[in-house]
Design a protein around this ligand. Structure first.
Ligand code: 5GP
Length: 178
């Protein structure tokens, strides 16, 4: 079966790139040249983080952590697994967490609490490419987000289904059942 069939584009490459430059402008304004540690949440945020940081103008370091809550299903397990969350000393740093999508909000909540417990940060901002506001289970909002999506499973631009589709330049959803 062709895995790419039945995909409907939600946000095109052009729309994504243009929204990323807008978010970057806001971030450049907010940080005013102060140093930032950008934390990319693997694997889903890899494309978004890579594109976003190209437009950030302050001194910047990148860190990568890996979490998982989905396995090979299309609904969250409700439990966040810290697969690899090794980080340097972030005390006194401006930290920008870069995520692919906020769904139930459990991952965002976990990360924000983790940062609070382990470090005394100068600032913490949470930036997500997508925001699935309708499916939220905890009261949490990203500080910055690219696009809102409805209660549908989306793929592309870093987001996968069973490991596939991360390489798509656009964000899409399947028009039929998996
Ligand atoms: P949350 O903890 O907010 O429920 O879920 C966050 C994680 O679930 C995201 O980082 C992402 O990996 C995954 N996720 C949630 N919704 C979707 C979706 O529509 N498509 C894909 N591919 N992953 C999703």
């Amino acid at each position: 079966m062709n895995k790419i069939e039945n995909l409907k584009i939600l946000y095109s490459e052009e729309q994504i790139q243009s929204r990323i430059t807008e978010i970057a402008k806001e971030l450049n304004l907010f940080y005013q040249g102060e140093e930032v540690v950008a934390i990319c949440v693997l694997k889903g945020a890899v494309m978004f983080a890579a594109e976003l940081v190209k437009h950030l103008e302050m001194p910047l370091k990148m860190e990568f952590i890996r979490l998982s809550s989905y396995g090979s299903s299309t609904s969250t397990s409700g439990k966040v697994n810290a697969v690899d969350i090794k980080l340097p000393d972030l005390n006194g740093k401006n930290v920008l967490i870069i995520e692919d999508i906020v769904d139930t909000g459990l991952t965002a909540k976990f990360l924000i609490e983790f940062m609070g417990v382990n470090f005394n940060l100068k600032s913490l901002k949470f930036c997500s490419l997508l925001d699935k506001k309708l499916t939220r289970k905890v009261d949490i909002e990203p500080d910055y987000y690219g696009f809102e999506v409805g209660d549908q499973f989306v793929v592309g631009f870093g987001l996968d289904y069973d490991g596939y589709y991360r390489n798509l330049k656009y964000i899409a959803y399947k028009s039929t059942q998996y």
